[in-house]
Write a protein that binds this ligand. Sequence first.
Ligand SMILES: Nc1ncnc2c1ncn2[C@@H]1O[C@H](COP(=O)(O)O)[C@@H](O)[C@H]1OP(=O)(O)O
Ligand SMILES: [Mg+2]
Length: 400
Amino acid sequence: MGTQTRWLGARATAIRVGSDWNCYESTTTTRTRRSFSLCCRWSPLTTLASSMPYEKELAAAKKAATLAARLCQKVQKALLQSDVHSKSDKSPVTVADYGSQVLVSLILERELPSELFSLVAEEDSGDLRKESGQDTLKCITELVNNTLANEGSHSFSTLTTDDVLKAIDNGKSEGGPVGRHWVLDPIDGTKGFVRGDQYAIALALLHEGKVVLGVLACPNLPLATIGRNQQNSSSNEVGCVFFAKVGDGTYMQALDGSTQTRVNVSAVDNPEEASFFESYEAAHSSHDLSSTIAEKLGVKAPPVRIDSQAKYGALSRGDGAIYLRFPHKGYREKIWDHAAGCIVVSEAGGIVSDAAGNPLDFSKGKFLDVDTGIIVTNQNLMPSLLRAVKESLNEKASSL
Ligand SMILES: Nc1ncnc2c1ncn2[C@@H]1O[C@H](COP(=O)(O)O)[C@@H](O)[C@H]1OP(=O)(O)O
Ligand SMILES: [Mg+2]
């Protein structure tokens, strides 16, 4: 038997010598022999891929989030072309929300058949099972079937309304510290979606309470930098997918599938050169508090306000250096609003914490135990940001 080579993707090559397969991990400059035990005997490529932690899960998550993004794009386009009356109507966003959840649920189940499937997702089918929800249910079913047919997922036979209800109800899991749980926000940033601005499909996997992979599909986010040097950008192209798995860095590619590039958070260490992100909606995060913190820190640039976890994506590629989120009293943060964003930023070298500097704990079910706020920045700026946050919160408390 001679020598045979198999390309296993950007990071590895398997070379067969006689009946043995050896795996070589490649970087741009070196090629180092690794003794992966699973690769040392003949094994199909799928076996090797599945031996890499969370590789097949990441591939499935990217496929699911991308397809869901296609569905959302279609609905947003129709929504923006419609008249003023239907723009204030909530039904298009409802249809897209459910449709996105159905697609993610179906794709994950189809692509990962051997897994015990647990999904913690924002929507449930209660309203669609009522008499008043029947038209919406039919509309969702048609939209999902059209999306699957148009995007080449011919392996699905035409779905019935019952299939759609079942796929939505897959998302009823409560999460928690044991086992694996997918976490989904089918449309994060519904306000931005309706306005025609930013939104994201946010999908993450928890394993024993920790986020191990995340995908953020941001259909309206420019591929070029936002927030700084915007005027120099030569490309108007929009639609990004950010993805990360634990220990493997963060990558970005175009929604339509360009080559992936590794991304890193900004390395800025002078707050005067930093810019910061916050919610577009003042109802979601206190703009006053952010502005006090930014001023104390010495940030000169005005805030960059965008909706959804697109902020985490933009931050992961260094568009800005800080993200401040201070919801109003009584609001409880959900895990699906931060899980994907958190790993996308942390694998890009950033830090995501609560206002006191503690890491976010995704192991406690649907909610995060955060009562003051969430702050995100790079390692250089975090110590001074924490000081500025502490001082600002103390001042706010003593002024009450
Ligand atoms: N009152 C609120 N305070 C804080 N966040 C909220 C509030 N209402 C909804 N959200 C959620 O905040 C996230 C978007 O925040 P922002 O875009 O401001 O960063 C979304 O997950 C949004 O939910 P949803 O996903 O249903 O749109
Ligand atoms: Mg959300």
